[in-house]
Design a protein around this ligand. Structure first.
Ligand SMILES: C[S@@+](CC[C@H](N)C(=O)[O-])C[C@H]1O[C@@H](n2cnc3c(N)ncnc32)[C@H](O)[C@@H]1O
Length: 332
């Protein structure tokens, strides 16, 4: 665990690391009364643009990126994230317990004076440094090789019939009464899939397809299993992603760390269990997490508990002292 005290824009260019996850919670822009949140929207755009550029250079090709923001800033952050990375999701963090109990300022809000809707959520923009293009390209090639005997069986039947694809398609629609694009899925390599029994039997009534559907289905299952096993050799080309049942969708429920609670160390502290879930979902077990706006060091504590390395940067001296004490006291 390494902690740097200073401005992330000055520290990032000095680092020589390869991080697997950028997980960071920047200022919100005039939401909190704290000094660090006095920055306006344009200032925050400039800060995050420079931070994403500098941090991006320290990320491995298959790294994931999470950046928190206040809902009113999400449109601007999305533009920045798209510019630097591949934006994948805009996660909504509902400040409720898992059972749906309201657990934020919204629980105490006075409704009558409101002139807009009360923010009970935050956004977490999720991105990848690169896309998984190479992985899918290799998988597609492998699938084509493994399924080749079945593809050839259908292709030979089409050639032997002398019919044009459009004629086959029209005949299939008459026979099945459905508009499924049989020719595209049965005769092309990239979109090939096993026809249903109904489709196969309709096609076999006018194309030379002598095999029984059950035999073909058994062969297909065996070949699909071979494909699933063989493609594991490409796994190192793929971004690590191991979500759990409670956070596999883009709507998350975690109770916030409310003022007055025993664990509260920072006005903007994130729930430890949420950060821990983000790390175990997106950072490989031997990986490294980078946080450029560390606050009270929740990312560091969660990384320590999860057995990942972490590099933290925080501008405020008092926060750095809190982080040092917190990490030292975090039990594994
Ligand atoms: C939203 S808080 C992070 C809270 C943290 N997630 C937690 O759980 O405690 C943002 C933090 O970023 C720090 N900060 C603001 N600008 C910074 C900069 N340019 N470089 C490094 N830290 C900065 C602030 O001091 C503040 O503690």
């Amino acid at each position: 665990m390494t902690l740097y005290h200073g401005d992330c824009l000055e520290i990032l260019p000095l680092l020589d690391i390869r991080a697997d996850l950028l997980l960071t919670d920047p200022p919100y822009s005039r939401v909190k009364p704290d000094e660090w949140d006095r920055i306006d929207h344009m200032g925050l755009v400039a800060l995050l643009d420079a931070m994403l550029y500098a941090a991006g250079r320290l990320l491995s090709e298959r790294a994931a990126v999470y950046v928190f923001c206040w809902p009113a800033f999400a449109d601007k952050l999305a533009v920045l994230m798209r510019h630097h990375f591949h934006l994948l999701d805009e996660i909504i963090w509902m400040k409720q317990t898992e059972s749906g109990k309201r657990q934020s300022w919204a629980a105490q809000a006075e409704i009558a004076p409101l002139r807009k809707f009360f923010p009970e959520t935050e956004r977490i923009l999720f991105a990848s440094k690169a896309d998984d293009g190479k992985y899918w390209e290799l998988c597609e090639e492998l699938r084509g090789e493994i399924m080749a005997p079945l593809l050839d069986y259908f292709r030979r039947a089409k050639e032997a019939s002398g019919m044009k694809p459009v004629e086959i398609q029209e005949r299939m629609q008459v026979l099945t009464g459905k508009r499924y694009v049989f020719t595209r899925h049965t005769f092309t390599r990239s979109q090939w899939e096993l026809p249903t029994r109904e489709q196969y039997e309709a096609a076999a009534s006018f194309l030379p397809l002598p095999r029984r559907y059950d035999d073909i289905a058994v062969e297909y299952v065996a070949r699909f299993e071979e494909y699933t096993t063989s493609r594991r050799r490409f796994e190192h080309l793929r971004r690590y992603h191991e979500p759990r049942r409670h956070n596999f969708t883009d709507l998350w429920r975690y109770a916030p760390v409310m003022p007055g609670s025993r664990e509260r160390l920072h006005s903007c502290q994130k729930p430890l269990s949420m950060i821990q879930d983000m790390i175990t979902t997106s950072c490989p077990p031997d990986g490294m997490v980078l946080d450029c706006f560390a606050g009270s060091g929740t990312t560091g504590a969660a990384a320590k508990i999860s057995g990942r390395r972490a590099v933290l940067i925080e501008k405020d001296r008092r926060c750095c002292e809190i982080i040092a004490d917190r990490i030292a006291g975090t039990l594994l």
